[in-house]
Write a protein that binds this ligand. Structure first.
Ligand code: GLA
Length: 694
């Protein structure tokens, strides 16, 4: 009987599953899943916690939000104890009322599943659901991300609450989407026996035999040889590089299974129009975000500056990274309303800076910018965090700036409908490589994200946009592909890159590339491994540098720092682009960058970390030689130009990240949408913004 009823349920939900599956393929269909049909194309939102306030207060909050043109709220991602006060007794009535009241103020709702904060009744009944840290300490209730996501008991509770929410709200017309968990618990796992056994089983499923595993990891080294699967540890501290890399992949799979457990029940009950997203954290590398993004409708991220001020290149790069997770638009589902509470110095952003940041998000492909949070709970760990209203419930000074942003978004939103960022230049970003370099940095000064940013900074100021994508992404659309430090470069990836260059692509590899296989073992070739032959040259020796050394060549003269590789060419048509000057003896007069035509394209290898001036010149050389289209509008230092296009539209965003005025001459008259007039030049005040259409 039970089996039959399951069968009928399956028959009923099967069509829904099909639609849901189709919905996950937005990237291929060219649609913009981040833009909600019938709503403004770009939105301002906030994170609202009605459960923390008497219901009599909600109307005031929503009235203030509406007055500020806020169009969306995210709710409930920490409200488990309010939604399920005791086991199996759900109370969603308050949430339903909050959503309905928000809708009366023309505000849509996004629901977060509350699994980042299990209630006390759960952790008390099942203490085994509290995770154990690396030191063997079990988490104490009262914080967040304190559950073990490996625990089947915990997963079952997560499934049930997500399912109950989806049944109740999956057809609610005012719920536009879902967020799973919160920041995926910073990728924490539990270091308990059960997780260890899961990891061992995971390894067995992958490697099949211990002989295979022992050989891939060269476990004869330091007597690591395993003759039983249950001997393999969870790596804590330093361990075998192969084991450490697999642990990160296991953590990725763990979190992916954990989110799919919730996604599946939401998809089964929710209307396909409701999106499902997750809030990532920029360059955080606790798991592989490309894999984690696969089951999501689109990726979102939480954009916080912390101490100091926005670095447009770093922030722009993080936006582009997030856009690359699914190669589609994204949401900034949290951002800082002036200041945070968790940095070393929680300074406030300057007046105008929050607006510049909001527009940068849109310029780089976001379709929503949401402020965390609307109002601080009167007690709780984040009392000092920035908000839009104060503890008295009236607006703080920043409220006016956020209102301005939201007003501007509303007035120009149509120009962004159906548009996305279309690039001719891509940077390759790989978690395997970042992890591999991170495990064995060789010099503490090597900063993999810093190297990526150096290439990005140089290229981004010459073009309207740069994509940041997985090395396995389709590359045909790009004129220029740059892999700043692609350390793990197995054969299949090498073939993919070679095919790109052979078919006319301009491929540039940066230092430390092509050194490792997929098991984090050294390739039995010199760098760049499987690309040596096509490059017609190789790395003779790498050097961690204590000090800078001179280098000169087609990109001018300057310094290399942190890392330098001694290169060699052996093909007659391989060219030396840069040569070291007097250095450590070994590097003296040796090639630092080499390049060779390959098929219809070209492969270039840059073996050192270059100074900013050289990096700029190298970027100019790459753009020119590859034929990538230069920026549409030339802008002074500190001003960023970005372009979005699609659905027959083209829109440019100019942002002045400096505090002083800047003048930009336009190549042709354009309509300035914020100023509402035709312009041939734009004068931007400090942190000024303009949106232009041809
Ligand atoms: C993260 C969390 C939020 C909040 C903010 C504070 O992004 O997702 O719940 O704690 O940080 O900056």
């Amino acid at each position: 009987m039970k089996t039959w009823s399951r069968f009928w349920v399956f028959l009923l939900i099967y069509p829904l599953l099909q639609v849901s599956f189709a919905q996950t393929n937005y990237a291929q269909s060219g649609a913009t899943p981040t833009q909600i049909p019938g709503r403004n194309a770009i939105l301002v939102g906030t994170d609202w916690y009605p459960e923390q306030w008497p219901e009599s207060r909600w109307e005031d909050d929503l009235r203030l939000m509406e007055a500020a043109h806020i169009k969306v709220v995210r709710l409930a991602e920490f409200a488990w104890s309010s939604m399920e006060p005791s086991e199996g007794h759900y109370d969603f009535a308050w949430l339903e009322r909050a959503i309905a009241l928000a809708a009366r103020h023309h505000i849509d709702s996004v629901l977060g599943t509350p699994t980042g904060g299990p209630p006390a009744w759960l952790t008390q009944k099942h203490p085994e659901t509290l995770r154990i840290d690396e030191n063997g300490h079990r988490a104490v209730h009262g914080n967040r991300a304190h559950a073990s996501v490996n625990s089947p008991v915990y997963r079952e509770y997560c499934r049930k609450i997500a399912e109950a929410m989806a049944i109740r709200f999956g057809h609610n017309p005012n719920v536009v989407g879902w967020q799973i968990d919160n920041e995926y618990g910073y990728a924490f796992t539990s270091f308990d026996d059960f997780t260890r056994k899961q990891f061992q089983d995971w390894l067995q499923a992958k490697y099949k035999t211990l002989d295979n595993l022992n050989s891939r990891w060269t476990t004869t080294y330091w007597s690591q040889t395993y003759d039983r699967w249950d001997q393999i540890p969870i790596p804590i501290g330093e361990n075998n590089p192969g084991l450490m890399l697999e642990w990160r992949r296991f953590v990725t799979d763990t979190w992916n299974d954990y989110q799919k457990n919730q996604i599946n029940v939401i998809r089964a009950h929710a209307e396909p129009r409701q999106f499902i997203t997750g809030n990532f954290m920029g360059f955080f590398d606790g798991f592989d975000h490309y894999m984690m993004s696969e089951p999501l409708t689109f990726a979102s991220w939480d954009d916080y500056v912390g101490t100091g001020h926005v670095d447009p290149n770093y922030n722009g790069l993080a936006h582009d990274l997030t856009r690359g997770f699914k190669r589609s638009n994204f949401w900034v589902i949290e951002t800082q309303p002036g200041a945070v509470n968790w940095a070393s110095v929680n300074n406030f952003l300057n007046k105008g800076e929050v607006r510049a940041m909001a527009w940068q998000a849109i310029a780089h492909g976001a379709d929503d910018v949401s402020y965390w949070q609307w109002r601080s709970a009167l007690n709780g760990q984040e009392e000092y965090h920035g908000t839009l209203v104060g503890p008295d419930g009236t607006p703080v000074p920043l409220y006016e700036e956020v209102s301005q942003i939201a007003r501007e978004f509303s007035s120009v939103q149509e120009a962004f409908r159906g548009t996305t960022v279309v690039s001719e230049v891509a940077l390759l970003h790989s978690y395997d490589s970042r992890w591999a370099i991170g495990f064995q940095k060789h010099t503490e000064k090597y900063d993999d994200v810093g190297v990526l940013k150096a290439y990005y900074t140089s290229l981004r100021k010459l073009t309207d946009s740069v994509d940041v994508v997985s090395p396995f992404a389709p590359l045909d659309r790009y004129r220029l592909v740059v892999a700043p430090d692609l350390n793990v470069l197995p054969k299949d990836l090498a073939d993919h890159l070679l095919a790109y260059a052979r078919n006319g692509g301009f491929l540039v590899l940066g230092p430390r590339s092509g050194m490792k296989d997929e098991f984090n073992g050294l390739l039995p070739q010199r760098q760049p491994g499987y690309l040596v032959e096509a490059l017609g040259g190789r790395v003779e020796q790498y050097y961690a540098l204590e000090k800078d050394f001179p280098v000169s060549g087609v990109w001018g003269s300057g310094q290399v720092s942190v890392w330098a590789e001694q290169l060699k060419t052996f093909a007659s048509d391989a060219e030396v682009a840069m040569t070291y000057g007097s250095a450590n003896g070994w590097l003296d007069d040796q090639p630092a960058a080499i390049s060779r035509p390959y098929g219809k394209g070209r492969i270039t290898y840059v073996g050192a970390v270059l100074d900013d001036k050289l990096m700029s010149a190298a970027g100019e050389w790459m753009i020119r030689k590859s034929g990538a289209t230069p920026s549409s509008i030339s802008v002074p230092e500190g001003v960023e130009v970005s372009r979005r296009s699609g659905a027959g539209r083209e829109v440019f965003v100019l942002i002045n990240f400096t505090r002083g005025p800047q003048h930009v001459t336009l190549p042709k008259p354009m309509k300035a949408l914020l100023e509402q007039k035709q312009e041939t030049a734009v004068d931007l005040p400090g942190y000024g913004v303009e949106v232009l259409v041809p």
